[in-house]
Design a protein around this ligand. Structure first.
Ligand code: RET
Length: 245
């Protein structure tokens, strides 16, 4: 009943000038379409690469479900759906860490590498949530944002220069190429999030921006990082498949 009522609310409150709401709608559709694409392509891959593409699909699918909730939440409350946002991230970002591990497995990557990346991604997101939603006054956003940023830099370091990089070099060829592109996603694509965070939390320039600006930035970043990242994995799987056939 509650969901039904909130759906009624959503459609009765649609406002043609609600650009933030528009990006939530587009986000829903883009994530759904990407999931269908990844899932329906699974049959063409052999077992080893199927798992990687499956994880790409899971990332966009989990995001799609959260986007439906976030779209409703925004339409009803005209407030950032911070809670759903972070639940989405805390599920999907660790899965992106799994992707790094999966493509480097051929070069001998150990689960320890995967768990290390996952642990730092969770630290990055939990501390980010504290700064954005819990201790979000005074110096809170700056302090928690700095801790979150440190965890982010560690992930960047690990994949660009650390053991993940060494494994990628050992693997060489298409895997090294794909690893490099994914590294750029993390360095540039993920860097959009702290910018959004500074737009939406106290202490930077949130006062000069309209409500919801943070969501437009996050929604754009999600589309780039979740769908783009998944497509890099997909392209790698397609290449590897050709080699085998
Ligand atoms: C699909 C979702 C993705 C790839 C989300 C990534 C999120 C981040 C890289 C967030 C990073 C943050 C900081 C580095 C500092 C400020 C707080 C965060 C959580 C926005």
């Amino acid at each position: 009943m509650k969901t039904f009522l909130s759906l009624v609310d959503v459609t009765s409150k649609l406002d043609p000038t609600d650009y933030v709401g528009f990006t939530f709608f587009v986000g829903c559709m883009a994530m759904m379409a990407a999931s269908a694409f990844f899932f329906l392509s699974l049959n063409q891959f052999d077992k080893k690469w199927r798992t990687s593409v499956l994880v790409s699909g899971l990332i966009t699918f989990i995001a799609a479900v959260h986007y439906f909730y976030m779209r409703d939440y925004w339409a009803v409350n005209m407030e950032s759906p911070t809670f759903f946002r972070y639940v989405d991230w805390v599920l999907t970002v660790p899965l992106m860490c799994v992707e790094f591990y999966l493509i480097l497995k051929v070069a001998g990557a150990k689960p320890a590498l995967m768990w290390k990346l996952i642990a730092f991604s969770v630290i990055m997101l939990v501390t980010g949530y504290f700064g954005e939603a819990v201790y979000n006054t005074g110096s809170g956003p700056a302090v928690w944002g700095a801790i979150s940023g440190a965890a982010y830099f560690y992930i960047v370091y690990e994949i660009w220069f650390g053991s993940a990089k060494k494994l990628a070099v050992n693997a060489g060829g298409d895997i090294l190429k794909a690893h490099k592109i994914l590294c750029w996603f993390v360095l540039v694509g993920w860097a959009i999030y702290p910018l959004g965070y500074m737009m939406g939390t106290e202490g930077w320039y949130n006062s000069i921006l309209p409500q919801g600006g943070i969501d437009v930035v996050y929604n754009l970043a999600d589309a780039i990082n979740k769908i783009g990242f998944g497509l890099v994995i997909y392209a790698l799987a397609v290449k590897k498949n050709e080699v085998h056939n």
